[in-house]
Ligand binder design. Structure first.
Ligand code: GRF
Length: 199
């Protein structure tokens, strides 16, 4: 049976990564020719040695490379990053809360998707949830897109709006955004791989 190999990058809590592992890792799917195949998360990488996600990964026995960016220029870091990823020969690389601006050294060599906690093209950048909460729009959202050279700007794979609730706190809004992420990200990942659930 064909195996689609995923490599996941993260920087912090890793809750989306853990959700992807629980939902997809070693599960079987069907491709668009009707053939059964499976997904395997072959490795992960974190740029932050203090990240909670490193601990959370332990029960799954999936390798985690800790590669700190401290003291390195962006191009130096991305050269090491690309080298590490290629060692695992993944079908697809998944940016799951990987808080780095990537250089063409990465974007030209690695086929990757990213999750962003806003309805793109609105609220690009690192403070998307707060920016979208404070905006005049009556919705936030979640987007999953292909990674391109421009930050948070690649082709959208899937996105969904999240209507705001009058009077809700930033914390409540954020928690609803994360709930939507846990639903949308696995679906978008399957879409990116051209896979669907087995009946
Ligand atoms: C998520 O909101 C994701 O959209 C953003 O960073 C956050 C990562 O959270 N890019 P976690 O590490 O998955 O808990």
């Amino acid at each position: 049976m064909k195996t689609h190999k995923l490599f996941i990058l993260f920087s912090g809590t890793g809750s989306n990564m853990i959700n992807l592992i629980r939902t997809l890792h070693l599960h079987e799917f069907v491709d668009n020719t009707g053939c059964a195949c499976r997904i395997e998360v072959v490795g992960t990488l974190c740029n932050n040695p203090q990240a909670k996600g490193i601990q959370a990964l332990q029960e799954f026995h999936i390798p985690c490379v800790v590669l700190s960016h401290k003291g390195l220029e962006r191009h130096e870091y991305d050269t090491l990053l690309v080298r590490e990823i290629k060692r695992y020969d993944p079908t697809l690389c998944v940016l799951s809360g990987f808080m780095r601006i990537l250089t063409p050294i990465f974007t030209q060599h690695i086929r990757a998707i990213n999750i962003h906690p806003s309805f793109l093209p609105y609220h690009k950048g690192a403070h998307a949830i707060k920016d979208s909460f404070e905006s005049n729009q009556d919705f936030g959202g979640v987007s999953v897109h292909w990674v391109s050279e421009e930050l948070d700007s690649g082709t959208i794979i899937m996105q969904e709006k999240l209507p705001k609730i009058t009077g809700e706190s930033l914390q409540d809004f954020e928690s609803r955004i994360h709930t939507l992420e846990y639903k949308l990200f696995p679906q978008a990942l399957l879409e990116a791989l051209g896979l669907r659930a087995r009946n």
